[in-house]
Write a protein that binds this ligand. Structure first.
Ligand code: ZN
Length: 314
């Protein structure tokens, strides 16, 4: 059985602003609960070099973040003030997504224990996202020859609008987003393929849409690396979700994405994405279940993937 490779950095974990609704310490809790599901090898990322951040973001915005002078309008769009610690975190998160991809190329699967900052746009952050780790990593991987064609599969309940906008027009990167149509962001961007879903879409309709739309894109684009934004906010109990997936539904989603990667022989790196609720341990367990499911399907001998999915209580 292969080892589960998780990218983590101490900067990922923060107490965060008092009373804020973003569950900062799910990143710390993830280490504990993922370790309870089996052995994990930790890898610590370095900060993403500034020139690779500037390769997808406006240098003027990058300077605002790194010099801690983000203007009030952008601070409101991001949802919190960019402190020195959060600016450093925002450089390490894309470093972590890039490292997870490099590990996936070596081992078949790896996860970044943060990231999925898919709302960050060229000249501003938005929706709790400062720098877009998916776009930064995809661009660097292609530019450095680690991959020929990178597909970003975004199953967070919110559209990957920033990723779509930042990577639009690139022949060697494609973006897929399946999301709540009525959810944030109000103004959607255009991914290579968007699959908008109505509020309260449940497991079966969700899986029908996913299994109908993802394989044709994978067949036509033929990725040799997949970056998976595996947000758990499509869950029925998620505070910001508005879809109605169960734990079993999320597991079926993850198993299908893993099976598609396996079908075309593409390594897969997952990033954390959204997941919101007062019970931070419960949210961390949902993320851990996703990572363990992906690992078992892609790396460990998949003895009984169907039983594994059924083992999740509904
Ligand atoms: Zn989300």
């Amino acid at each position: 059985m292969g080892m589960l490779h998780l990218v983590h950095h101490p900067l990922y974990v923060s107490a965060g602003p008092v009373g804020g609704q973003f569950p900062w310490d799910k990143y710390g809790l993830l280490l504990t609960v993922l370790g309870e599901t089996g052995p994990v090898t930790l890898h610590q990322p370095e900060a993403m070099p500034r020139q690779w951040i500037e390769a997808v973001h406006e240098p003027a915005y990058v300077a605002e973040v790194l010099e801690l002078r983000v203007p009030p309008g952008k601070t409101r769009r991001i949802g919190f003030e960019v402190t020195e610690r959060l600016a450093a975190r925002a450089q390490h998160t894309p470093g972590g997504t890039w490292l997870a991809a490099k590990l996936a190329l070596q081992y078949g699967f790896a996860a970044n224990g943060a990231g999925g900052s898919h709302h960050a746009l060229s000249d501003t952050g938005a929706g709790y996202c400062i720098f877009n780790d998916l776009a930064i990593a995809a661009n660097k991987l292609v530019e450095e020859g680690d991959a020929k064609r990178v597909l970003v599969v975004d199953c967070d309940v919110h559209q990957g609008d920033g990723t779509a906008a930042l990577l639009a027009g690139r022949l060697n990167v494609a973006t897929y987003s399946i999301h709540g149509e009525k959810n944030f962001p109000a103004r959607k961007a255009r991914s290579t393929l968007d699959v908008p879903l109505p509020d309260r879409t449940g497991d079966d309709a969700y899986l029908e849409a996913l299994t109908r739309t993802l394989p044709p894109l994978i067949d036509s684009f033929d990725p040799d690396l997949i970056l998976y934004q595996a947000g758990v906010d499509p869950h029925a109990d998620d505070r910001l979700g508005r879809l109605a997936l169960s734990d079993a539904g999320l597991a079926r989603r993850d198993l299908f994405v893993a099976a598609e990667a396996k079908r075309v022989g593409a390594p897969l790196a997952s990033v954390l994405g959204g997941g919101y609720g007062n019970d931070r341990l419960l949210v961390a367990r949902r993320h851990a279940a996703t990572i363990r499911t992906l690992h078992d399907a892609l790396v460990a001998a998949p003895a009984q993937p169907v039983e594994k999915a059924a083992a999740h209580p509904i």
